[in-house]
Design a protein around this ligand. Structure first.
Ligand code: PGA
Length: 271
């Protein structure tokens, strides 16, 4: 596992975007797993800048991690009145770059057949050849996507009930400003499973801010547990990069070691 610690959010975002751009240049039709939330916004901003400077995403294929159940994009509403993750992706990345809309997949929160949809989504990922790089944040409750505490570490794409902490966090970050009452928030989501995520060839997990420091330490250094589904990072067999800022890294027991290893890698040209 590569643990990269950057000084602040902007340098974390820049590093993550450079990595993603490298994959796109090596494999123009790569399959990217994309995430929503406050964490990746800076990474998307950097990718948009790179696109404006010539990065071509026309052959890139994307699969998003999750969507609220019962919620769908509504472009007739202002952005702050539409909390769908489809809208988030549209506003924060897709409308600014040349990803072919037919190549971008986001779980359909308005499906009438959730079980059938989840099966189809898994099949589409397989048909695309699997995910080359899965981008992930980490929730305050330790979730990856909406794999809430207690989700099996082998789980597949399915409907999942949101934890109280996720409802609280997402209410504060997204729903409150739209004037939605806490009890009116969606309580379920369609999410890729941990088993689905672990099949990605590369994983890049991002976290920033002191409010994530405890959960990052538990995910990277604590015992493997379905109570913190991001501990599955310890199970992945492919290449893992965890990109943190100083604040989110501050509670890691091995902090000095990770910094030393990063410096040694530079010295040995192993980056
Ligand atoms: P955040 O959410 O980026 O808004 O902190 C992360 C997550 O829930 O995975």
């Amino acid at each position: 596992m590569d643990i990269v610690i950057k000084d602040n959010y902007d340098s974390m975002s820049n590093y993550a975007a450079q990595k993603i751009a490298g994959i796109i240049k090596d494999k123009p039709d790569c399959v990217l797993g994309l995430a929503t939330g406050g964490t990746p916004i800076g990474t998307y901003r950097e990718l948009i800048k790179m696109h404006q400077q010539g990065l071509d995403l026309s052959a890139v294929r994307t699969f998003n991690l999750d969507e609220y159940f019962g919620v769908g994009i509504d472009l007739t509403k202002p952005y702050d009145q539409d909390q769908s993750y489809a809208r988030f992706m549209h506003e924060e990345l897709l409308k600014h770059v040349n990803i072919n809309p037919q190549n971008s997949h986001i779980p359909d929160g308005r499906t009438n057949d959730p079980a059938g949809f989840c099966k189809w989504y898994e099949e589409e990922i397989k048909k695309a050849g699997g995910i080359d790089l899965q981008l992930l944040g980490i929730g305050g409750d330790g979730h990856w996507a909406f794999n809430e505490p207690g989700s099996s570490l082998m789980s597949r794409t399915r409907i999942e009930a949101l934890s109280k902490q996720t409802l609280d966090d997402n209410y504060e970050s997204f729903y409150k400003k739209a004037g939605v009452k806490r009890e009116q928030m969606p309580h379920f989501a369609i999410t890729m499973g941990i088993g689905t995520i672990l099949e990605a060839r590369n994983i890049m997990m991002l976290a920033n801010g002191s409010q994530k420091a405890d959960v990052v330490a538990l995910a990277l250094e604590g015992p493997l547990t379905s109570q913190i589904t991001a501990t599955a990072v310890q199970l992945h067999s492919g290449a893992i990069t965890v990109v943190l800022d100083n604040e989110s890294a501050s509670k890691l027991k091995g902090l000095q070691h990770y910094r030393d290893v990063a410096n040694l890698k530079k010295e040995y040209g192993l980056e």
